[in-house]
Design a protein around this ligand. Structure first.
Ligand code: ATP
Length: 349
């Protein structure tokens, strides 16, 4: 059992507010991902859960107990960092065993526990090697094995995949998710990579400027973003956001005209539409632009269109090609439109 609760947690350094009044509960066995741009406070929040950083205010609660004054080593959390921090002079066996020695687990159990952890990450045959003789992905798996070897209460992971290349990252994502499901350890994972967040999380916590912007399942965050910050952060490419005005039920912006928008006249509105909800040469069309770039990805083609000063992304069929500056008319899926307040960015509908 490990439930984590943050109650009005803050972290200031002098006048600077790093984490601002964060409150949330993480359920036992849940996989929660903190997602946000660099400097948004996600690592600091996690370090406060770990006990590596003291909150300036509020309470960190693990299993009903306020742990603000409990030492990091007494919180029974295991951390995995982006630099795997393996000891280069020790074998993989010794590296994985290290936490068992630190925790005073009886020696007679070590071989069995290390082997089991190594096998979970498919490193059973590499125990005699030193870290320098492993690939990046194998080293990262060794770091994972070291974190799981003593079956901690809570797993904390800070960008553990950011030093790996794209192929390894996706392979390791699957490993981490599998391991977490298998071991049922409450996990908090920090990343600025929205694909990682979407694929790993039971729930995503989106942070910006030290505060929580939205908490929800990947599905909820994708289909119901609370504001333009989230809409513009999630999805690759993310939602197109078009600033304009509504007059007499018609939204207009340079190159864009959408009828039937039920918002009072004169209001500044930001209209949102995802790249997959736009159709080339749609009739009727809501937008006219010129082709700025074509990016085939194999299974689809991403098309950038220019309207006035803005770029607009749409997903087209895999075989779509067009010369630069070709005029294109785009139809929107009107039931997939999002409306945000033009001033605050908050979702209107
Ligand atoms: P990144 O993805 O770049 O690691 P992050 O979201 O994890 O970013 P944090 O490391 O939590 O961000 O930092 C939040 C803010 O607090 C940043 O603006 C950072 O500069 C500031 N900060 C972090 N540690 C300290 C410190 N010891 N003293 C002063 N400011 C700090």
């Amino acid at each position: 059992m490990a439930e984590i609760e943050l109650r009005n947690v803050r972290k200031n350094w002098g006048e600077f507010v790093g984490v601002d009044d964060v409150s949330m509960k993480i359920a036992d066995q849940e996989f929660v991902v903190f997602l946000g741009p660099s400097g948004c406070g996600k690592t600091t929040t996690m370090r406060m859960i770990a006990g590596l950083e003291d909150p300036t205010g509020g309470e960190v609660i693990i299993d009903g107990e306020v742990v603000n004054d409990v030492d990091a080593r007494d919180r029974d959390v295991a951390m995995v960092f982006q630099s795997y921090a393996l000891y280069p002079n020790m074998t993989i066996f010794e590296n994985i065993r290290f936490p068992l020695r630190m925790r005073g687990i009886p020696k007679s159990q070590h071989v069995e526990l290390v082997k089991r952890a190594a096998e979970m990450v498919e490193l059973g045959d590499y125990l005699d090697r030193k870290p320098g003789a492993l690939s990046g992905g194998q080293r990262q798996r060794a770091a994972l094995a070291r974190a799981v070897v003593r079956q901690p209460h809570v797993f904390l992971m800070d960008e553990p995949l950011s030093n790996l290349d794209a192929k390894l990252r996706s392979a390791m994502r699957v490993q981490i998710k599998h391991l977490q499901r298998r071991l049922k350890i409450t996990t908090v994972y920090v990343t600025h990579d929205q694909v990682e967040a979407m694929t790993l999380a039971d729930r995503i916590v989106i942070m910006n400027g030290g505060a929580i912007q939205q908490i929800g399942t990947p599905d909820e965050i994708y289909t119901n973003p609370a504001n333009t910050f989230i809409a513009g952060f999630i999805g690759s490419p993310p939602m197109n956001l078009i600033k304009g005005h509504v007059e007499g039920g018609t939204f207009t912006a340079p190159g864009v005209r959408v009828e039937g928008i039920a918002v009072e006249s004169g209001r500044a509105v930001t209209l949102g539409i995802r790249p997959e909800d736009c159709h080339l040469n749609g009739t009727p069309s809501q937008m006219t632009g010129t082709v700025f770039g074509i990016e085939p990805t194999g299974d689809q083609t991403l098309v950038s269109l220019r309207t006035d000063d803005d770029l607009f992304e749409i997903r087209a069929d895999r075989d779509f090609r067009a010369p630069l500056d070709t005029t294109a008319h785009i139809g929107f899926d009107l039931d997939r439109l999002y409306l945000f307040d033009g001033a605050t960015g908050e979702r209107l509908r």
